[in-house]
Design a protein around this ligand. Sequence first.
Ligand SMILES: [Zn+2]
Length: 593
Amino acid sequence: MALISAESLERVKQAADIVEVVSAHTDLRRQGARWVGLCPFHEERTPSFSVDAQEKLYHCFGCGAGGDTIKFVEEKEGLGFAEAVELLADRYGVELEREREDPQAEARRQQRRRLGDLLDRTAAFYAAYLWESDEAAKAREYLAQRGLGEEVLQGFAVGFAPSAWDKVLLRGQRAGFKVEELRGVGLVQRGRGGGEYDRFRSRIMFPIRDRRARTLGFGGRAMRSDQGAKYVNTAETDFFHKSQMLYGIDLAKAAIAKAGRAVVVEGYTDVLALHQAGIEEAVGVMGTAITEEQVAALSGMVDEVVLALDADGAGQEAMLRAQRVAAGRKMRLRVAAMPAGEDPAEMMVAEGGAERFRRLLDGAVELTAFQIDLVLGRTDVGSPAERDGALAEVAPILAGMGESASRDELVRRVAERLDLEPAMVMGRVVAARPASGGPGGPSPDERRGAPAPRRSSGELTSRERRERALLAMCIALPDEGSEFLARLEEGHLSPLGARAATWLRKHPDDPASDLPRDDAELSGLIAELVIVAHDEPASPEAMELNFLLLEQRRIEAEIAAAGEQDDYEKRAALSRERAALVERIAHAERVRG
Ligand SMILES: [Zn+2]
């Protein structure tokens, strides 16, 4: 992706109306200088979400989410930075210019676009072939039997791959694509004899598209019993990573945002049947378990995911990992237990099926509780060996939940059922805590630089509250601010506060005009500080008082350190310093009134 030029980035920021963008996700009303509403990132009843239309920033005082318009789109639509900029540019009619980049990267980007075009054309070819060719008659019949109408099939561009060995190969070559390119996107494969032939033949084709409706791969369902695998997917390519894809996401994303939840099912036809029945927040995982990557992709969009999968059959390890990622992102994973031997697609065809499915969704239970009941249900509690085995199985599930009331509840349930002391069960849970991943250690996802779980303002230490108040006033009163920023040292500040102070020293005039993209925590804090600066009273006296209180904390930390090193002389000197400081603080408090 070529870099978007700084000027066009600036034009996008100027053109985008943050109140309008946010209003698509929550109702905002004006309150003084800000717009306020219920936070679109966490559940709440009283509004703690603020938008500053002038500075084009948002911040939630409840969950700590915050940033500029681009950041909002990134988080809410689950897009990368460049994609979010493109979306806003589209919406506000800004033409994006790109920086010249090194020729190799430019060539790769062009090649990617070319191959994307090949995949889109091939999807269109398969779709036309389904409706027009004689040999697809059986496929049309099969889809109709499953109750799938033309409208939904066309919406998802369902198609049919001809039975010939080389139709796609020849079409592609005629259109100017090389065999290596056709192989690179997984449409053609090499046979044992070295010749190339179409990977998908005589199959119903389901194009797998990304959020922006670009075809990246295919799933193909066999139409004959002698065809080997019932389902064949595109092999892993540079384009296509099955574990990251959600089938139907391009058509489901609006409904997901609206419903505040995503419904995850296993197969292609399940997704189609649900959409046809009006349950448009459904997406498919193309397997029996949801992956960590899929959870991460959904976490930007919703707080809750309901799995209508065959959860008994899913690999427990995979579900545990998904659960850990979900817990780290404050997202709920619930399971709607499907009746044995019936998938959602079959249910939709049956009388009253959609209603029954909706009730299952409403009655969904937490994934962890579901898994634990599954283990307990198949344990013979009369056998000590089986009870031991069950405990070994549930301990990592409970450990992955992190400390919570619902975990305590489950621990009690396990103890009762296995006839053990709750404390003993808890001991095993603590011992089973993973060395990395899950609460207590970074998940793989966080290690890749995803935002750490945010903290609400209520969870801050008194020092953090003080430093934030002071830094906000440094923005509100820039002249005094530069003075205080010069006086602040590392010992006064938390690590994040120190980063914010450095940022403010470097960007004294307009701290929010170009938030640091590589540091989500810092850009969130800067957004918060600017919004607070706009709205809350500031005075040199209040700044002085906050500074002195931070100074007191710094000296107290030094006193403690001197004590640990048995340096009594230093400690005594510091204590005298503190006493003088306490008097100054008392004076400053009187001055401030
Ligand atoms: Zn919030």
